[in-house]
Design a protein around this ligand. Sequence first.
Ligand SMILES: Nc1nc2c(ncn2[C@@H]2O[C@H](COP(=O)(O)OP(=O)(O)O)[C@@H](O)[C@H]2O)c(=O)[nH]1
Ligand SMILES: [Mg+2]
Length: 478
Amino acid sequence: MKNAATPHSVPEFAIIGHPNEGKSSVLSTLAEDDSVRVSPFPGETVVCQTFPVRIDDREVIRFIDTPGFQNPRDTLEWLRAYNGPPEKMVSAFRAAHAHKPNFHDDCELLGPVEAGAGVIFVVDGSRPVRQVDLAEMEILRLTGAPRMAVINSKEDDAAYLSQWQNEFRKNFNSVRLFNSSRANYRQRIELLESLKSIDQRLEPVLRRVVQAFEEDWEQRNIRSAAILIDLFKGVLTYHRTVPYKAGEEEKLRRQLQERFQTHVAGQEQEAHASIRRLFKHNIFNLELPPHSILAEDLFSERTWEFLGLGKTQLIVAGALGGAALGVGIDAATIGASFGAASVIGGLLGAGATALKADDLLSGARLLGMQLGGEQLRLGPVNNIQLLYILLDRALIFYAHVINWAHGRRDYESAARHGAAGHDGKEGYTTNWSREERRVCERFFTAIRHGKELEIEDSTVALHQLLLEQFEQIAGART
Ligand SMILES: Nc1nc2c(ncn2[C@@H]2O[C@H](COP(=O)(O)OP(=O)(O)O)[C@@H](O)[C@H]2O)c(=O)[nH]1
Ligand SMILES: [Mg+2]
């Protein structure tokens, strides 16, 4: 076969099956290509279409979308009656039926098989096996193409799975369950891994493909972490100064706050969009689940209530990190009296107010609003909670992006995402360990006051923390 004859060539796989079973959807997810046409109407694909997967502009593997079988019973009958040389069988069939309209799709889909492509046969495992499926499997067996069967279940129904698996074991070199709407990075790699077993000669080239996929994923995570760190640095160092006019303080303050909020929200959106593109969601805008906390405005009260650190954690951050909490109480006072019950009560009160973005923004607490001479200055941010909220929103967004399979198209009925923590918090950071929070505090302090070296060190640590978080999110299937 062509794939194996030249071990350094690009491996090629045709996705074959009955119409409307999920071929295009499987291809879309496997190739991470949301330009693949997935359609609820059977029979829309009438010509083969090749989808190359490129990593760093180099094509590493190629998938071919094919029309569904049109006339499998008669095709099978012809192949069975054929008594020429076996290696010529597929080309003889195609030549004999080239101009017959009722064999158009069958000729077309066997084109890649004739050219030596491997076959990935897709069925919808949520329905029973029919006679026509057996005919299609037998056709593929007769072609002798290296082939794998993929069970893609359109419904969550496992009643027919063992029936399918039994039939497949007779006809295919390998069988895999693969949910085109839910498969994530790990499951894509696993499918590629098992493609190796359909033909030993494919092994070396597929090993390189898998390695390229894994390295590419790592690069995406590294870039995502860098994008987020740029965002955080930009937000935490933001400051603006305007000339102060007596009697207009309130108006100026409001304008500055609005500009700050618009700026931060815009920067956050840009960062999220860049991450989305890194993970190749190019065409469809990922609809956020309707109840997602991410659908809330960054500075809404709900966001500040449900994301970020809990009150007590913030108080501790304030006590340990000096003015990090920015509650308007002298840091020295916090440090000296922390531990005295009555004072803690008072601080919790302050912490509670500090949780509401609106409250914070209307005062000097979040933004370090200062009046100096003729100038009104806003920023830099002096409450670490904003960093935690940006972190939570970034991680929830990341989880959504990496778990949204490219073949999935039911944007409306998307389920809710976001991990629910204790005390009503929905983000990730509330459950972080003391050490993890320490990384954030160090970064926060360094960005605001630190020397270059400390900024660099604390950035490296936060970068590492982000990579660990990404890995955990990818490992935890929702
Ligand atoms: N819920 C769900 N729908 C799917 C799945 N795979 C395919 N579909 C839907 O089934 C229809 C046919 O899918 P498509 O990939 O175009 O099938 P093809 O004709 O075999 O290429 C489309 O409406 C898909 O959205 C799946 O895993 N889950
Ligand atoms: Mg299709």
